[in-house]
Ligand binder design. Sequence first.
Ligand SMILES: Cc1ncc(C[n+]2csc(CCOP(=O)(O)OP(=O)(O)O)c2C)c(N)n1
Ligand code: SF4
Ligand SMILES: [Mg+2]
Length: 225
Amino acid sequence: MQENLAKFCPGCGYPITLMMMNKTLEKLGLQKQAVLGLDIGCALLAWNYLPINTFQTHHGRVVPTMMGFKRARNNSVCFALVGDGGAYAIGLQSLIHAAKRDEPITVIVTNNTVYGMTGGQTAPTTLHGQITPTSPEGNIEEPFFGPELLKDIVKPGAFLARTAVNEVKQLQDYLEKAIQTQQAGHFSLVEVLSFCPTNWKTVGVDTINKLNGLKETFKLGEIEF
Ligand SMILES: Cc1ncc(C[n+]2csc(CCOP(=O)(O)OP(=O)(O)O)c2C)c(N)n1
Ligand code: SF4
Ligand SMILES: [Mg+2]
């Protein structure tokens, strides 16, 4: 486990999400049935992180891949772990159609407001005015709200929520609800606000303050529809 932890940058939020996923699966006794699909982006660093079956897909393609896996093995518990770029830019059309068709998979979107793996470029979730290598004078766009967009698309019984890596109780609660939603035959998505100190260029408490600041724009909670 120590060796695997080293793949993420120090202070990264991904390991928290992954550890809470594992804890939740353990609690529900579902580790053997679980299958974790990883999108390209820093999610792929988790390829041998958890004691569950895991594989990697192309950028923006983890949702349709897990959809196919679930259709083939309908007793599996399928996760698609994807960044905000993978989910809301290159993979948005497949995400929308999976939600519309109420595919029984659980999508976990890591929202770190940037394209983390490739150097912190502007993502759909980048805040207005945020400075990144591709917006050196501040992002001119408004951020994109994925779970809120999907609320007009999903079917009754689906589950949509947003939490943060420093809200571990809520994170675990939402992961549990998402898995139960999948087992009841419906689509679920949990967006997780997550630390990226490497690209935010923050250290120590500044990283936590930055994440807490994001909660003013990206409201935490279950999305009503
Ligand atoms: C088709 C394709 N386009 C572009 C890339 C380059 N690429 C790799 S990771 C990435 C961005 C990842 O950002 P995000 O999805 O937000 O994940 P994060 O690393 O922030 O978790 C890009 C553009 C790629 N691998 N494949
Ligand atoms: S670049 Fe950001 S998201 Fe990727 S491993 Fe480093 S801290 Fe985590
Ligand atoms: Mg990202």
